[in-house]
Design a protein around this ligand. Structure first.
Ligand code: NAD
Length: 420
């Protein structure tokens, strides 16, 4: 399948084959489960501020349509490809199924660097993307949300563009919107909060005292900053390392995360934050800590560093941070490194997106504490199931989590049958 030719897609396929072997999935079912159902590529011509016209490539992949509409984030990143988008859509499928949400996975995005666009250019690119996607998405077909490089404002432009087309407000076409236009209280914080809820549960199981624990968080965007804040302010963990695309910072006495967060709100990144020492970003992942939270890009835990990790808990805030080669090495360290796999660890985002979608469809309103309470209940259920299956079947947490997701999708496909 050449349109998906990409290392990240290959990684998602390799992971799937491990699960398919473990579940003894028949050959006939494998490709049907693995390959995306629909993929759309669009070219987006946009007027730039200097009078020139730039064309950008946009993608949307809908992985399977078996359980309901598809759901997934929108990534704006310079190197985004169809293959990477397809990998992220596949992971979304297993993630939604693990949390028992009535969705197939999707993902989309634009190959662009949002930090290099003016606000007007970003709006133009965002609106053009949604306009090109209108024939392929809808509140009962495919619902978009935010991901790396996009935020509440981009979701507001998506929603407005779609609503202008229909002639009435369709706020359930996207999630992660501003609360002022139908967004859900607590959606912005949901992924990071979920990550820390699960870290707290892992610390419970491992009998670790949070006040004596340290954490290193890679990525200081939506997921990483909220996770770092919750670790420091709610769980009482000392955060000794943080990083973003510009710099990695370390302070053995703990970094003032509130100050770092304020700094990023003002300056846009951590580059000029001086209250910690600069360290090599790759070495930061290998530094001693109790909890390591990769919350940025994929494949940062790989065969080169998996054996060198010194953490007790690896909490995967990002999608696909650990390669299958690293998994093999981490599996050998099963009792040493407690992995909270991505499709469980960062599921908080899509769970609260689901609430936001339901609220939009039904015109409901829930308070932030109701939303957070429901979020934690679903995460707790998924966490308990994953830990139990891993223990009963003597498999890794990733295998257990993915197997639960894949099995649910397969069961639904078998129940519905193959048309015609
Ligand atoms: P974001 O754009 O808000 O933030 C990304 C952060 O990562 C930024 O601080 C950026 O500077 C940093 N970064 C980028 N490249 C880096 C690198 N090479 N090394 C270190 N830092 C780097 O994105 P986000 O929404 O926080 O998403 C982060 C990860 O979490 C992605 O893998 C995304 O798919 C995943 N995720 C996000 C959500 C969500 O709700 N936003 C939900 C589930 C999973």
């Amino acid at each position: 399948m050449t349109i998906y030719h990409d290392e990240v897609f290959q990684m998602a396929c390799d992971q799937f084959q491990v699960i398919a072997d473990y579940l003894n999935i028949e050959k006939n079912d494998r490709d049907r489960l693995m390959y995306p159902k629909r993929s759309v590529a669009v070219t987006l011509p946009v007027h730039m501020d200097d009078g020139s016209t730039n064309t950008y490539q946009g993608y949307r992949v809908q992985h399977h349509l078996t359980l309901g509409p598809t759901k997934g984030g929108t990534r704006f990143a310079p190197t985004l490809s169809m293959g990477e988008t397809a990998a992220l859509a596949m992971w979304m499928s297993w993630k939604c199924a693990l949390a028992n949400l009535p969705y197939g996975g999707a993902k989309g995005g634009i190959a662009c660097d949002p930090s290099k666009l003016s606000r007007r250019e970003l709006e133009a690119v965002s609106r053009r993307y949604m306009q090109e996607m209108i024939p392929f998405v809808g509140p009962h077909t495919d619902i978009m949300g935010p991901d790396m490089g996009t935020n509440e404002q981009v979701m507001a432009w998506f929603m407005d563009t779609y609503s202008m087309y229909t002639g009435y407000t369709v706020n359930e076409i996207v999630t992660g919107k501003p609360v002022s236009i139908g967004g859900t209280e607590g959606r912005r914080e949901a992924t990071g909060r979920g990550v820390v809820y699960l870290i707290d549960r892992a610390m419970d199981i491992l009998k670790m005292n949070p006040e004596k624990c340290t954490a290193i968080v890679q990525g200081f965007g939506n997921v990483g900053s909220v996770a770092a804040l919750a670790l420091a302010m709610k769980s009482g963990v000392k955060v000794t390392g943080i990083s973003d695309a510009t710099v990695a910072l370390y302070n053995p006495d703990g970094i003032d995360i509130v100050a770092a967060d304020r700094h990023v709100l003002k300056k846009g990144n951590l580059r000029a934050f001086t209250e910690a020492d600069r360290v090599d970003p790759n070495e930061m992942l290998e530094m001693k800590c109790d909890i390591l939270v990769p919350s940025a890009v994929d494949r940062v835990i790989n065969e080169k560093n998996a054996e060198k990790l010194q953490c007790r808990i690896l909490a995967e805030g990002a999608n696909g941070p650990t390669t299958p080669e690293a998994d093999l090495l981490l599996n050998k360290r099963f009792g040493e490194v407690f992995v909270i796999p991505d499709i469980l660890c960062n599921a908080g985002g899509v769970i609260v997106s689901y609430f936001e979608w339901v609220q939009g469809l039904q015109s409901f309103l829930w308070t932030e504490s109701e939303v957070t309470d429901k979020l934690f209940r679903i995460l707790e259920h998924s966490f308990v199931q994953v830990i139990k299956r891993a223990k009963d079947h003597k498999v890794s947490h990733r295998t257990a989590a993915m197997a639960i997701g894949v099995e649910r999708v397969m069961k639904a496909k078998h129940a519905r049958g193959l048309f015609p």
